[in-house]
Design a protein around this ligand. Structure first.
Ligand code: PRX
Length: 648
């Protein structure tokens, strides 16, 4: 990726409707936060949140980096997303759902509120779920998924949504780590025209060490036959209509946990990122207004899966907090053909469309002319998230989907940040394809070198956030030490530990920020974040594997693909072995973590202290000529041997 020459300015039409209309207005807001940090957040929190009881302090830093925001405030996030809209927007569509087979549902705010209240009562009355209990949700992209999440929020239970692509082993690990009481799932969903079964995965997960789970609540979706455990398993549709549609919202503290979402780090097992109530919902709402410029009659669509943070914040919480209409789609973009998404944009007259670079690249590849077959003139703003977008994909998106008139908001953020951090503002920021441009007001990033000094233009450094922000993660569930060591031990400013993102980046000469990718051992495969350590651990469980190292290899569609170097215990027929290794990974993590390439090598390049030189392995995977100094390796001849193995 290299900084592109061309700058794209917002069109007059967009500026006219935009909430923030110029860089001057952006700078003014940014400066407000700079000059009076707490005053800035105080103003917004008072303005945007319906408090049950006001907070008495904006920010408590006494136990930093365990920051507390809006201390003493009481609220309920489901009320913020539903009840407060009912007078004005009760009959407005909240969710426009489309299933992969083509079934449709339009759910109004009132209907959604009724369903959430009933589900909240169901969790309380039938399953004894109380404030603070953990509920694991493993569901397809159907409306009962947001209903389940909001029902948890209403009664103060902490939800932990597990992406439907994770295996039984991964699901079990998350259930155990969270000591969840209940699993909410479905028989299955629809994917690529096939039933995508989920209940059997839950059954498999619960076979072992999940004593905390008392019940499983199952939504009927694809009507496939499922196994049944009497006493433990319950159909949602058989119970829900016995419940009242009035459930008093639990009074929650600003800092009570709202949800956990597990994500990968560079070492060890996935970490349960813990988000709060007030700070999270405030930022979800504000970024919907600033970045997507949501206005009353807009139809908004984020194509992510709710199993990831993008879906949490930008399909559910953000859109409902601002009272917009959020589109939700169950399936894949290429079923039954590569025009599916463009047809949906035409059908629903979508105004804001938010997706991932990997999807843009895929749709460009399989159907470059497809967008032209549909009326996409309703589109006003396009968004991307999840990985750096290459300028080619950006330009195709801009020209063919946005018809050269829609600004593209390239939003940089993470599971940990809760919401957007760097992003253009559609009516203000001149964009450069491939750059997430500038921080949002209230967000203070700094690109630092290893010594904590701000880097100069065009010099690569570590992206850090030097002040706390309301929607930041609060801790890692059950592991506060790891929270500190993962995020607050690498960089300091004025002697104070600051948040380290794990990403490398540069400023260009105009101050635009360009993300260069992870600097830790975390891969980004089709926008899915996977730690190399997790994949290595899975592969290491194969009985024939002695040692393994996994690196990312650039991939034209997926961004990165998984490349595994495997040292075997014995010589073994390679064909069945490769399939067997992929199978272990599928079982332990899920199909998205399966290595694309497995190369059998006689050894791994290690320093004399035993550290694997991954940089070298990345270069070899790319087929680059090795220019690095390999004399410090324990066995410098190993590099040539590995390169030889790649030829076979
Ligand atoms: O490396 C960055 C990349 O995705 C990582 C966060 O992954 P995850 O927690 O799964 O959240 C993804 C959705 C918010 C980041 O550390 N990333 C995310 N957005 C961008 C990005 N890289 C470049 N440009 C982006 N817009």
């Amino acid at each position: 990726m290299s900084p592109s020459e061309k700058v794209y300015n917002p069109s007059k039409e967009i500026v006219k409707r935009a909430l923030i209309k110029s860089m001057d207005e952006y700078h003014k807001l940014y400066k407000e936060a700079e000059d009076d940090f707490e005053g800035f957040w105080d103003r917004l929190a008072k303005d945007k949140i319906d408090w049950i009881k006001p907070y008495h302090k904006v920010l408590d830093e006494t136990s930093a980096p365990f920051y507390k925001w809006f201390v003493g405030g009481k609220l309920n996030v489901s009320t913020q997303c539903l009840d407060r809209h009912l007078d004005k927007r009760g009959d407005k569509t909240a969710i426009l759902f489309e299933g992969e087979p083509g079934d449709k549902r339009a759910i109004t705010y009132r209907e959604l509120s009724n369903e959430v209240n009933k589900a909240a009562n169901l969790l309380k009355n039938q399953f004894n779920i109380k404030k603070g209990d953990r509920v694991v949700i493993y569901m397809p992209m159907i409306p009962e998924l947001p209903v389940a999440m909001l029902a948890c929020a209403r009664i103060g239970a902490i939800h932990s949504v597990v992406f439907g692509g994770f295996s039984a082993d991964s699901l079990r690990d998350r259930i155990i780590d969270a000591t969840a009481k209940l699993v909410i799932t479905a028989d299955g969903g629809h994917r690529r025209g096939q039933p995508n079964m989920l209940k059997p995965v839950v059954d498999e997960a619960l076979k072992d060490s999940c004593e905390s789970i008392e019940n499983v609540l199952i939504v009927k979706r694809n009507k496939e036959k499922v196994n049944w455990v009497d006493g433990r398993d319950h159909w949602y549709h058989e119970l829900i209509n016995d419940e009242s549609n009035v459930c008093e919202p639990e009074v929650m503290d600003s800092e009570d946990p709202l949800y956990l979402l597990y994500t990968s780090g560079s070492t060890g097992k996935p970490k349960g990122i813990q988000h709060s109530q007030a700070g999270y919902i405030l930022w979800a709402q504000l970024t919907m207004e600033w970045v997507f410029d949501i206005q009353e009659d807009d139809i908004y669509w984020c194509s992510a899966d709710i199993g990831w943070v993008t879906g949490h914040t930008y399909i559910l919480y953000g859109p409902l907090a601002v009272g917009t209409t959020t589109v939700m789609y169950e399936g894949v973009p290429v079923h039954p053909d590569p025009g599916r998404w463009w047809k949906m944009i035409e059908d629903y007259k979508v105004n804001q469309f938010y997706t991932a670079p990997t999807a843009i690249r895929l749709l460009h590849k399989v159907g470059p002319d497809e967008p032209g077959k549909y009326d996409l003139s309703s589109l006003k703003i396009l968004g991307t998230v999840g990985e750096p977008i290459n300028p080619d994909a950006w330009i195709w998106y801009h020209e063919n989907v946005g018809n050269k008139k829609c600004p593209i908001v390239d939003t940089w953020w993470q599971t940990e940040t809760g919401g957007h951090m760097l992003s253009p503002l559609p009516g203000a920021t001149p964009t450069k394809p491939g750059s997430a441009t500038f921080p949002l007001p209230g967000i203070f990033p700094e690109i630092m070198d290893e010594n904590g000094n701000k880097v100069s233009a065009n010099e690569k450094g570590l992206l850090c956030i030097v002040k706390p922000w309301p929607s930041m993660l609060r801790t890692i569930w059950g592991d506060p030490d790891r929270y500190v060591s993962n995020y607050f031990s690498r960089a300091k400013k004025n002697g104070k530990p600051v948040y380290f993102t794990g990403d490398g980046s540069i400023y260009d000469e105009d101050g635009y920020i360009w993300i260069t990718g992870r600097v830790d051992d975390v891969l980004n495969v089709s926008g899915h974040r996977i730690g190399t350590a997790e994949i290595e651990s899975a592969i290491g469980h194969h009985p024939d594997v002695a040692e393994v190292a996994v690196v990312g290899k650039p991939d034209a569609i997926k961004g990165e693909s998984i490349f595994a170097y495997v040292v075997l215990k014995t010589d073994h027929p390679k064909e069945t072995l490769t399939a067997g290794i992929k199978e272990v990974v599928t079982k332990e993590i899920g199909p998205m973590a399966r290595p694309e390439n497995i190369t059998y090598v006689p050894g791994l390049p290690k320093t004399r202290s035993g550290k694997i030189m991954r940089r070298l392995l990345r270069s070899v995977a790319k087929g680059e000529t090795i220019t690095q100094d390999i004399s410090t390796l324990e066995d410098p001849t190993i590099v040539g041997k590995i390169q030889d193995s790649m030829k076979h």
